[in-house]
Ligand binder design. Structure first.
Ligand code: IMP
Ligand code: MG
Length: 188
């Protein structure tokens, strides 16, 4: 059996596939409501890859508004799951976001360093507005001042995988979110 087989590596399923899909429907509604109340008739979604790919694909299909999509690629982890470097832009956006209404998406808000870095970088390009949506929020781990405007689920301080989130690049394809088995968890 492969070392990264799901049955060996997850200690528990934290959020089921159906709970994720249900929550994304309501998050989509929250984003539409906010946009309407703010007079926003078009959104530019910026997705932080790779972790947000699955979240982005499902969430944007719940947002019935004219919308453009771009990606930014950031690296702050090296091969496993402990933060060993500061966030670094590996591939930047291609759309001109000046004067646009931005919705920045990430899979998880952890220490806050990645989103802080990307938010500052995008704000420097003078968008008309910038809101942040994350699927997961691990509040306990915050190291810098950063909060999301839309949060899918608040989760405890456990290393989670699935639905785009990886451990050593594995498990992104799981349809649910699970806690990585204790013996594989990073040292805190
Ligand atoms: P931050 O900069 O510490 O907020 O970390 C954000 C990035 O770290 C996320 O986009 C994820 O790629 C990664 N990350 C943080 N916590 C987890 C986790 O529990 N599982 C998988 N990846 C995580
Ligand atoms: Mg990652």
């Amino acid at each position: 059996m492969n070392n990264h087989s799901v049955s060996r590596s997850l200690s528990k399923i934290l959020i089921s596939e159906s709970d994720i899909q249900l929550r994304l429907k309501s998050m989509g509604q929250e984003i539409i409501q906010y946009s309407k109340s703010a007079g926003i008739d078009e959104l530019t979604v910026i997705s932080i890859t790779n972790g947000s790919i699955v979240f982005t694909a499902d969430l944007i299909r719940q947002i019935d508004l004219p919308l453009k999509l771009d990606c930014i690629r950031i690296s702050s982890y090296q091969s496993s799951c402990s933060a060993v470097t500061e966030p670094k832009v590996i591939h930047t956006i291609r759309l001109d976001i000046q004067g646009k209404h931005i919705l920045l998406l990430d899979d998880i808000l952890d220490t806050g360093k990645t989103l802080r870095c990307v938010k500052d970088l995008l704000n420097a390009l003078n968008p008309a507005s910038l809101k942040v949506a994350v699927l997961l929020d691990k509040k306990e781990r915050r190291e810098v001042k950063m909060e999301a405007d839309f949060v899918g689920f608040n989760i405890p301080n456990e290393f989670v995988v699935g639905y785009g989130l990886d451990f050593a690049e594995y498990y992104r394809n799981l349809p649910c979110i699970g806690i990585l088995a204790k013996e594989l968890q990073p040292q805190k």
